[in-house]
Design a binder for this molecule. Structure first.
Ligand code: 5AD
Ligand code: SF4
Length: 471
């Protein structure tokens, strides 16, 4: 693994060169009888969603339209996630099944990218056992997708590009966003924390921050285009800027973004508790455009386990941050991630996790059973607790959190909250509270994309129901 911390900035001419490959492919595609179609299938986190938006940007420049049907797609691009074994199995199952689609549609080009592609043993497995896959590239190579794709498109054999680089920053890649209301903006890439269970630093490289001016102009442009909900993304946004030496930290960036004129909300994820600062809490408290939502993963309620995870905070330290956050941002919605069954976690230590959720009362919690990741320190640790005991603990934790979420949601009923109506599904319109809780409502489609005062009339453990207040 490459521990070099030097960030390469990809020269603008390099991106121009990539776009020239897009133009060449476009010229050939336009000679076809019908516009060719691409299917981009994304697994995992918002960072992957954001990467897929750039891959779609390149594909659109190549002349592709988009489909979500793998049978009719001329190009299939699977953007993978390596965070847990379960996610990997799903991806490999789906990639395996593409053997049939390709048989039915010879000439189909199948690409696998993302975090799994950056794991050497996965790339090897695809090379040996998934002959239907034409192109494999990791997150480090995303910026040169057109060049790699061109090689496959012109039938120069299978291409595997998974060089282990410290990481780069590329600006100027075209973007096709899925939705005209909510946008992700990556502010940094990679992670330096090396939590002992986590694969991310190995597949996404070291922390590197984008230039603040470039980020701010991207946000300005999004607001001008009518985006209403903008999430600043990074594996650990709280360490934004440390590598730049410009004297701009995450709180400064957030405050500057919040000063951009327009009617929009800013969110961010994810924060590491060790770096979540009072300065950031204060910026949230005083900037109206910063949504009162904080995703603050705690991972374990036991200080001993936190140390084994290399999290570098204690249970008390975490609780202290939560108190400070609530004091600075009244009514803040706090969500979190937790891992059950970390190697060596005892029953008593699990009970500490339960008591922590009792103490904090998160609005929502993402609960995961520990999944060993090859090459991480935790994968080599003693793990005496049985799968069944871990599963039973997981169930208990999830059941208790469901009750807490339900109680928290019930407290909204009767209140009127300004929410962003962000879409519709089979059950009607959907909206989000500033704290990002899901609201279901009946109403006209013309409300989509607007902030609307909604009176909350009902709730369950997953969501709220409400009705627009007539003015
Ligand atoms: N096993 C289980 N959960 C994990 N996470 C990260 N790595 C693992 C793993 N090996 C969880 C953490 C993190 C979230 C995105 O995924 O809780 O915050
Ligand atoms: Fe993984 Fe820890 Fe980095 Fe989050 S902070 S991406 S859990 S190593």
């Amino acid at each position: 693994m490459n521990l070099n911390t030097k960030t390469t900035r990809i020269a603008p001419e390099e991106i121009d060169r990539q776009r020239a490959f897009c133009a060449q492919i476009r010229a050939r595609n336009s000679a076809r009888a019908a516009q060719p179609l691409a299917f981009v299938d994304t697994y995992g986190c918002q960072q992957n969603e954001a990467d897929s938006e750039r891959l779609r940007g390149y594909l659109a420049e190549m002349g592709y339209a988009f489909t979500s049907d793998e049978h009719e797609a001329d190009v299939i691009l699977i953007n993978t996630c390596a965070i847990r074994e379960h996610a990997e199995h799903r991806v490999l199952g789906n990639v395996g099944a593409l053997v049939h689609t390709k048989r039915a549609k010879p000439g189909q080009i199948i690409c696998v990218c993302g975090c799994m592609a950056q794991e050497p043993h996965v790339a090897q497995k695809i090379k040996d056992s998934f002959r239907q896959v034409d192109l494999v590239f990791g997150p480090h190579a995303l910026w040169k997708f057109p060049e790699l794709f061109y090689r496959v498109y012109t039938r120069r054999g299978r291409v595997f590009e998974i060089t282990d680089e410290p990481g780069s920053i590329a600006e100027g890649i075209p973007v096709v966003r899925q939705n005209g209301i909510k946008a992700w903006v990556s502010i940094m890439y990679g992670c330096n924390n090396f939590c002992t269970y986590c694969i991310v630093p190995y597949v996404r490289g070291r922390e590197r921050s984008r230039d603040p001016e470039v980020i701010l102009s991207e946000i300005r442009a999004l607001v001008d285009e009518g985006y209403r909900d903008i999430t600043l993304l990074g594996q650990n946004v709280n360490s934004y800027g440390k590598d730049l030496g410009l004297g701009v930290d995450f709180s400064d960036l957030l405050e500057q973004a919040a000063a951009i004129p327009g009617d929009f909300l800013l969110r961010f994820m994810t924060s590491h508790p060790k770096d979540a600062s009072q300065k950031l809490f204060d910026v949230m408290g005083r900037c109206e455009k910063v949504a009162p939502h904080f995703h603050l993963p705690f991972q374990s309620g036991s200080t001993r386990v936190l140390e084994a995870m290399n999290r570098r905070y204690t249970r008390e330290g975490y609780l202290e941050k939560v108190r400070a956050l609530r004091a600075a941002v009244p009514d803040v919605v706090i969500t979190s991630d937790v891992i059950v069954g970390f190697p060596g976690e005892t029953q008593a230590e699990f009970e500490e996790t339960l008591s922590l959720i009792e103490e904090v009362r998160f609005d929502a919690l993402f609960t995961f059973i520990y999944s060993p990741r090859r090459g991480t320190p935790a994968a080599g640790m003693d793990d005496p607790m049985s799968k069944e005991d871990k599963a039973a603990n997981f169930q208990r934790l999830a059941a208790r959190q469901d009750e807490i979420s339900e109680e928290r949601h019930a407290a909204y009923v009767g209140r009127t909250v300004r929410c962003l109506v962000d879409g519709e599904d089979g059950k009607g319109l959907t909206a989000r509270t500033p704290g990002n809780r899901l609201v279901r409502l009946e109403g006209d489609r013309s409300l989509i994309g607007r902030f609307v005062e909604i009176r909350m009339t009902g709730s369950n453990k997953w969501s709220l129901t409400g009705e627009p207040v007539k003015d």
